[in-house]
Design a protein around this ligand. Structure first.
Ligand code: ADP
Ligand code: MG
Length: 600
C-alpha cells in the first residue's frame, strides 16, 4: 500500500503559519506592513485582549479588487514581486506572499476592502483557510482586516501564548519598530477601547518623541544628537543620545532600508564611539537609519528574523563608529545646532546610486562628558539600615560559614578589625592563619543585599520610607504595562507605588535602604532589568532583587570603616554562596602563602 499523500492546503498552511505567525505581535506586524505596502497614510489598530481575541487593522491604502482579495489569502500570492530578480530591488516590506495565507489558516478573518475606482467593495470571511462568505459590500476606500481568535484551531499554540500584559508589551515593541520608520504615516492604536498611542504625521525626531518622550524618558529625548554621514557604501542618518543621558534600558534601534534590524556588531560600533563615557550598565539611546544598495545586503530574510547580513560589515563598522564619535564631538562644540533640519533625513536614499562624498571625522578630544557628573552620594550607611540586620556586637566571634564553592577558608575564620584591611576603597583583604581572603567589596555588598531583598518576596518584611514629595512618573506604553503587572512585586520590596493613569504612576515611598538615591532612576533601571527577563515570576524576583541590590550597595571609591568591613565580611560569609554573585561574578578569592611566595 502506498503511504505517501499530499497534505491538504489547510494543514500545510497551518504548519507554515507556525513559522510566520508566532504570536499576536507577529500577526500585527504583517498586517501593518501590508497596509504600508498599500500606500496607506493613516493606519488604525484595535487590539482586544492583547490580540488574542481580536486584532484589527484599518488602512486608507489602495484596497483590493474582489479577485485580488480572494487571491491574497492563497499561499505565495503576492503583488509585490514577479521574478526572483525582483528580490534585489525590493521596495516593499512584504514579498513572500505568505502572511495572509498563514493568518487565515489559524484564525477567523473578516476583510472588507475597496479600491478608489470601485463603486462597491468586497467582504470576505475566512475561518481556518476556509472561505465562508464573499460578497459585495459598502465600505471606505482601503482595507479593513479583522483577525479574531488567533490560534482558535491550534490549541497547543494558543496555550503557548503568554499572559496578556506580556503579549501586549511585545506587540507594542514590535509596533514601535515599524512606526519609527514611517513618521509620515499617522497611526492610532487602541487597546480594549483605550487609546494607547496616537501618532500624528511628523518628523523622525517627533515620532521618537511621540513614542518615548514621557517626562521620565526625557533624559535622552531632550538630548538627541543628530547623526548623518553619506558614503559610497552606506548612508546613515538618525539620532543618538548624549552620553549624560545614558541609562540602562534606553531604546536602541537600527533600521536598514526601512526595516528594523538587530545587529550586535554594529551595536558595538556605536558603543565604541562612547568609549570612556559610559559607566556600569549605562547604555546610550540610538535610532540609526541605514540606507544601502539592496544588492549589498541579504534581502531574502525570514519574516520573523531581524538579523541582516551586509556585504561589507567591517567598513560599515568604521563609518558608523566614526560618525557617532563625530556627532558626540560636534555636539559638544556647538550644542545649539539645529536638529530639526527635517529635509535632510527625508531625502537620503542611496539605493545603488549614491553620490560619493568624503567622510571627514573630527572628533573633539577635549570633550569630557564626566565633567558635569556628580559623584555618587556618600551614603554607605544604608548598609546598616537594612531592617533585618542582626547587630553584630561581637565582631570577633568565630562564624561557621557554609561550604563554599572552591573557596578555601580556614576552619575557624575569625574576622576582626585587626585582620581586615581595605585597599583602593574597592577590595578588602582579610588575613587568616594560612591564607589571605581578597574580597571585591561592592560585589560582596550586592550579594548580601540581594539575599535580604530576595527574602522579601516571601516574608514581606519590607520597610518602606515615605517620600516627603511623592514623585510621579510617566512611562512609555510598553513599560507602563510591565510596571503594572509587577506592582505587587515592587510593593514586596518596599516601593509604595500606585497607578494614577494608564501610563502614569506615583511613587509615595521607597525601600528604606535606598536612602538618598534617585527613586525614579532606580525604578526605571529595575523596569529595564525586568523587560529583559522572561515571564517566570522567580526570574522577575531574582532580577528585581539584584537590580535593587546594585543600586543600594556602596559604590567603589567610598571608604568604609574597619567595623563596617568586618560586618560586611561576616554577613557575606554567612550566605550560602558567598563566593559568587547571583549572576556569576566572583566575589572572593584566596591567596595562599604559596601563591604569595610565587610572586617573588
Ligand atoms: P506579501 O505582503 O508578501 O505580498 P501577504 O500575504 O502579506 O503577502 O499579502 C498578499 C497580497 O495581498 C499582497 O501582495 C497585496 O497585494 C495584498 N494585500 C494584503 N494586504 C493588503 C492591504 N492592506 N491593502 C492592499 N492590498 C493588500
Ligand atoms: Mg505582507
Amino acid at each position: 500500500m502506498d503511504i505517501i499523500h499530499l497534505l491538504p492546503d489547510s494543514v500545510a498552511n497551518q504548519i507554515a503559519a507556525g513559522e510566520v505567525i508566532q504570536r499576536p505581535s507577529s500577526c500585527l506586524k504583517e498586517l501593518v506592513e501590508n497596509s504600508l505596502d498599500a500606500g496607506a497614510t493613516h493606519i488604525q489598530i484595535v487590539v482586544v485582549d492583547a490580540g488574542r481575541t481580536m486584532l484589527q487593522v484599518v488602512d486608507n491604502g489602495s484596497g483590493m479588487s474582489a479577485t485580488d482579495a480572494r487571491l491574497a489569502f492563497e499561499r505565495h500570492a503576492t503583488s509585490k514581486i514577479r521574478t526572483a530578480a525582483d528580490l534585489f530591488s525590493l521596495h516593499t516590506m512584504g514579498f513572500r506572499g505568505e502572511a495572509l495565507a498563514s493568518i487565515c489558516a489559524v484564525a477567523q478573518v473578516v476583510l472588507t476592502t475597496r479600491r478608489e475606482e470601485d463603486e462597491v467593495g468586497t467582504l470576505l470571511e475566512i475561518n481556518g483557510s476556509e472561505v465562508v462568505r464573499q460578497e459585495p459590500c459598502q465600505c471606505q476606500v482601503g482595507t479593513n482586516m479583522k483577525v479574531r481568535n488567533l490560534f482558535y484551531n491550534v490549541p497547543a499554540r494558543r496555550r503557548f501564548l503568554k499572559k496578556d500584559a506580556t503579549e501586549m508589551r511585545q506587540l507594542l515593541q514590535d509596533f514601535y519598530r515599524i512606526a519609527l520608520v514611517y513618521p509620515k504615516v499617522a497611526f492610532t492604536l487602541l487597546d480594549n477601547d483605550e487609546v494607547v498611542l496616537d501618532l500624528p504625521v511628523g518628523t523622525y525626531k517627533q515620532r521618537i518623541e511621540q513614542i518615548f518622550q514621557r517626562n521620565t524618558r526625557r533624559q535622552f529625548c531632550d538630548q538627541l544628537i543628530d547623526v548623518k554621514v553619506n558614503t559610497q557604501i552606506v548612508n546613515i542618518y538618525g539620532f543618538i543620545g548624549k552620553p549624560e543621558g545614558a541609562q540602562k534600558g534606553n531604546p536602541q534601534y537600527f533600521f536598514v532600508n526601512g526595516r528594523y534590524m538587530r545587529h550586535p556588531y554594529f551595536h558595538k560600533a556605536v558603543l565604541n564611539a562612547y568609549t570612556g563615557m559610559l559607566q556600569g550598565e549605562q547604555q546610550p539611546a540610538y535610532f540609526l537609519y541605514f540606507d544601502i544598495a539592496p544588492e549589498a545586503i541579504d534581502v531574502n530574510i525570514h519574516p520573523t528574523k531581524t538579523e541582516i547580513k551586509f556585504a561589507d560589515e567591517q567598513s560599515i563598522f568604521q563609518i558608523l563608529s566614526a560618525a557617532v564619535r563625530e556627532a558626540i564631538g560636534k555636539f559638544n562644540v556647538s550644542p545649539s545646532i539645529d536638529f530639526d533640519r527635517e529635509g535632510d533625513y527625508e531625502s537620503a536614499p542611496v539605493r545603488g546610486n549614491a553620490v560619493p562624498t568624503s567622510l571627514s571625522i573630527t572628533a573633539n578630544r577635549e570633550y569630557n562628558p564626566f565633567k558635569t557628573r556628580q559623584t555618587p552620594p556618600a551614603n554607605w550607611e544604608r548598609l546598616y539600615r537594612t531592617p533585618d540586620t542582626t547587630p553584630i556586637n561581637n565582631v570577633s566571634a568565630p562564624i561557621e560559614p557554609e561550604p563554599m564553592l572552591d573557596l578555601q577558608l580556614d576552619p575557624q575564620v575569625t574576622i576582626t578589625a585587626e585582620s581586615v584591611m581595605q585597599f583602593d576603597d574597592r577590595y578588602i583583604f582579610c588575613a587568616q592563619p594560612s591564607s589571605v581572603l581578597v574580597v571585591d567589596r561592592y560585589l560582596a555588598h550586592v550579594n548580601v543585599l540581594y539575599n535580604v531583598f530576595s527574602r522579601r518576596f516571601e516574608d514581606s518584611t519590607s520597610c518602606s520610607q515615605q517620600l516627603l514629595f511623592p514623585d510621579t512618573i510617566d512611562l512609555s506604553a510598553d513599560d507602563a504595562r510591565l510596571l503594572n503587572s509587577a506592582l505587587d512585586d515592587f510593593r514586596s520590596l518596599g516601593f509604595d507605588i500606585d497607578a494614577i493613569g494608564p501610563e502614569s504612576f506615583v511613587i509615595n515611598g521607597v525601600p528604606s535602604e535606598l536612602g538618598e538615591q534617585n527613586d525614579v532612576r532606580t525604578l526605571l533601571d529595575m523596569i529595564a532589568e525586568l523587560s529583559e527577563a522572561s515571564d517566570v515570576r522567580e526570574q522577575w524576583h531574582r532580577r528585581m532583587a539584584l537590580a535593587l541590590a546594585r543600586k543600594v550597595a556602596v559604590p567603589n571609591g567610598k571608604r568604609l570603616s574597619a567595623d563596617e568591613c568586618v560586618d560586611l565580611l561576616t554577613r557575606l560569609l554567612r550566605l550560602p554562596t558567598p563566593a559568587f554573585t547571583p549572576d556569576g561574578k566572583r566575589i572572593v578569592t584566596t591567596l595562599s602563602a604559596k601563591d604569595i611566595a610565587a610572586l617573588f
